[in-house]
Design a protein around this ligand. Structure first.
Ligand SMILES: *[C@@H]1O[C@H](CO)[C@@H](O)[C@H](O)[C@H]1NC(C)=O
Ligand SMILES: *[C@@H]1O[C@H](CO)[C@@H](O)[C@H](O)[C@H]1NC(C)=O
Ligand SMILES: *[C@@H]1O[C@H](CO)[C@@H](O)[C@H](O)[C@H]1NC(C)=O
Length: 713
């Protein structure tokens, strides 16, 4: 027999309700007022959210908490990690007792009768918007890892996990929480991945990502967010349960909220991402090679009728020749030899309505004067002996700015202001932040939960430094910086993300369609503004080389994203580029005009993001919750852009149509104006230049969409 024992509710429930009354519209469509209930029998207990949402189901054979010991080693090769996590002991805790502390808090103590040191407390309490789970192992020095198990149901789907690329629904697999390179090809079933992986694991796998998080949205109507920077994983391979695995065994830090998918995603999103108006006016052209070459290409774009919003030059700081070929000189200031007259060119371009964007990362080449003039000031991560930690970055060596140390971060923020913003640069790729070695030491380490947390903490520190630099200069509204790496805190800082380094191919593990999955998983994780390298990045003759078709399919889909930015790839000469022939130039001119024409809609979606925190690219189930039942992986390959456009990028080579799911609504096919009924899977014609895009028949933006469909050259 089960007896309902304890009910807990947020003590803030009443004031919250008053707030709504007094101020009318709450800014965010709030999640359900948090409450939980614990039911127990002599050998089992169940934790239910709200009235009936079963979250934890503890009993013999299905214990809620398992403690463990083991050893974990990390072998790093240029940002790829081979992780050997060997578990030596796993101890399920079957005994428990429940005690109520107040009207809104209770503690469950668990232990194993076979080990007196095995005590774990789970402390449940309510805050204004969520149920908190704190506590942890009483003796983390004895048990250095812990699994918290949640009840799962067979037809349940789960989404998020930070930024994921291969699978949108995470169910059926495990996702380590460790920021690193996303990998090249990311498919161990493909022998080429294995060959690439001979180089320190560079091939990657379905779960390797720059931005992992132990957070997810469940189709059962709750959001689970765990903050942990020590190594861990989200484990979804079991049919009966989900597991949070953490090596922060002594300090659980979990928040669980309940509500509809839309409410939960709004709750998870910070709404703090920023997009300056100029970015919606045209394409940002990724170029390199010096002032003269850059201006020639720009003129070529203008002559072809391409609407240009910006020019993005990675190599503004110069080039170094390495054994691996030419690389950017990681010494972050204007290189006047490579880009003569850049300061005046920036002003000329600005007068044309075109911005200049550059590039920076948190590393400094030790051959550069910036490092040379600032060594021995305590600005860089060190090794255990206190010496500045020098890492090989593939043909050159770098130190890492110690962004956890306030003086070092402040110094770097000032460098960004002086060397970039004061020069007139309007944005940049804020690259990397995944390479912090496990044995690196920060002067600010006292702020960490443990030294092992530095690696996963670092990405948001990098986002923070960029954000602070822009804010201090008063240029938040005018600057576009974009990051790729992240963790639970990064959505507070990043102005925008880009999807990182896709292959210039059509694979579903590392090609075009993974950018859809990444935008959607990031939208769930809390960062609702993303874009990608048009045509992909990673090029490797003769295996992956960018084709004209890939470039154009990628660009036609970028029209329906917040930013259109090209990248020549890591081997520009091997790839087809927007300037490769007249036909592509003409296509880019048309697409750039469509993109610019969509600007009013994009800006409306952006202000909605600021107010209600609804991400720009959304899974269809945010507005059509029925889409969650009978889930198919088509859901991860299409999206709503704003609330009125449904976009299904063509991601297969040679395809002239594609299959997608139209949610329950009345839709209009953008290119033909034909009405389509929703609530079905359909196959839609998709000639090059006309990817499947639909708008809601009753959209207030219908006229604008019709105009866009008429931009045919
Ligand atoms: C992983 O580590 C364990 C324990 O340290 C060791 O026995 C095992 O050989 C390692 N495995 C690999 C593949 O290196
Ligand atoms: C500027 O770039 C050129 C070529 O890319 C390089 O040879 C030179 O060392 C750089 N100069 C400085 C001062 O960084
Ligand atoms: C998507 O689903 C189809 C059909 O079930 C399957 O063949 C394919 O492998 C799936 N793809 C992914 C990436 O899950």
């Amino acid at each position: 027999m089960r007896e309902a024992l304890l009910y807990f509710q947020s003590p803030l429930l009443v004031p919250l309700a008053l707030l709504v009354l007094v101020w009318g519209q709450p800014p965010v469509d709030a999640v359900l007022p948090p409450s939980f209930r614990i039911e127990q029998t002599s050998d089992s207990f169940r934790l239910l959210l709200q009235d009936d949402l079963l979250l934890i189901d503890h009993g013999p054979g299905h214990e809620a908490v398992v403690l463990g010991t083991g050893t974990t080693t990390f072998k790093e090769t240029t940002g790829n990690f081979i992780i050997n996590d060997t578990i030596t002991e796993r101890l399920p805790l079957s005994s428990f007792s429940v005690s109520a502390e107040s009207e809104s808090a209770a503690t469950v103590t668990l232990w194993s009768s076979t080990d007196a040191e095995s005590t774990v407390t789970l402390r449940f309490s309510t805050s204004a918007d969520s149920v908190l789970i704190g506590g942890g192992a009483a003796r983390p020095e004895r048990f250095d890892r812990l699994w918290l198990r949640l009840h799962a149901e067979l037809d349940e789907t789960v989404f998020g996990g930070g930024e994921q690329y291969t699978f949108f629904n995470l169910r059926g697999r495990d996702y380590p929480v460790w920021t690193r390179e996303q990998g090249i090809l990311r498919d161990p079933d493909n022998p080429l991945t294995d060959i690439i992986s001979l180089d320190g694991g560079a091939g990657g796998d379905y779960h390797t990502t720059y931005w992992p998080e132990a957070s997810f949205l469940s189709s059962r109507g709750y959001y689970f967010r765990s903050v942990t920077h020590e190594y861990g994983a989200l484990q979804f391979s079991s049919e009966e349960r989900h597991e949070l695995y953490t090596q922060s065994a002594g300090a659980l830090d979990v928040r669980v909220a309940a509500g509809s998918p839309l409410q939960l995603v709004q709750w998870a999103n910070t709404g703090r991402q920023l997009l300056p108006d100029w970015a919606s006016e045209g394409v940002i052209l990724g170029l390199e090679g010096g002032t003269e070459f850059m201006m020639q290409r720009y003129q070529q774009a203008r002559d072809a009728g391409i609407k240009v919003a910006g020019i993005w030059i990675q190599d503004w700081s110069g080039i170094v020749n390495t054994a691996f070929g030419e690389r950017v000189f990681w010494n972050w200031r204007w290189n006047e030899t490579h880009y003569p007259g850049l300061d005046t060119v920036i002003q000329t371009l600005k007068a044309d309505g075109v911005r200049l964007l550059a590039y920076i990362n948190p590393y400094l080449n030790i051959d550069g004067d910036i490092y040379q003039n600032n060594r021995d000031k305590g600005y860089f991560l060190t090794d255990a002996s206190g010496a500045e930690y020098v890492q090989d970055f593939g043909g050159f060596s770098c130190v890492t700015v110690d962004l956890l140390s306030e003086p070092a971060s402040a110094w770097y923020e000032q460098l960004i202001r002086t060397n970039m913003l004061d020069l007139g640069i309007s944005g940049w790729m804020a690259d990397f932040a995944e390479y912090v070695p496990v044995d690196a030491v920060s002067a600010g380490a006292a702020a960490l939960s443990s030294p092992a947390a530095l690696h996963n903490t670092f990405p948001a520190l990098w986002g923070r430094a960029n954000r602070r630099a822009v804010t201090a200069a008063g240029k938040e509204d005018d600057t576009l910086f974009f990051v790729r790496s992240g963790n639970t805190e990064q959505a507070q800082h990043a102005a925008m993300t880009w999807s990182g380094d896709q292959n210039v191919d059509w694979t579903t593990t590392d090609g075009l369609v993974t950018t859809v999955v990444s935008a959607l998983s990031l939208a769930i994780a809390g960062c609702g503004l993303n874009h990608f390298d048009i045509g992909g990045y990673t090029t490797q003759r003769p295996f992956f080389v960018r084709s004209e078709e890939l470039l154009l399919r990628s660009a036609e889909y970028a029209v329906f994203t917040p930013v259109m930015r090209t990248h020549e790839g890591n081997r520009p000469d091997a790839n087809v580029q927007w300037y490769s022939n007249e036909h592509i130039l003409a296509a880019f001119a048309r697409l750039s005009r469509q993109f610019a024409a969509l600007a009013p809609y994009t800006r409306a979606a952006l202000s909605e993001y600021g107010e209600s925190h609804t991400p720009l690219q959304r899974p269809t189930f945010l507005h059509y919750p029925n889409e969650l039942s009978g889930y198919t992986n088509l859901t991860g390959y299409q999206y709503l852009y704003g609330s009125d456009l449904l976009v299904a990028p063509v991601y297969e080579e040679g395809a002239h149509s594609r299959r997608l799911r139209l949610p329950e609504d009345s839709w209009v096919h953008l290119w033909t104006g034909e009405p389509w009924q929703g609530s079905q899977e359909v196959t839609v014609d998709a000639a090059l230049g006309q990817p499947p895009v639909f708008y809601r028949a009753d959209s207030a933006w219908s006229e604008l969409f019709k105009q866009i469909s008429q931009i045919t050259e």
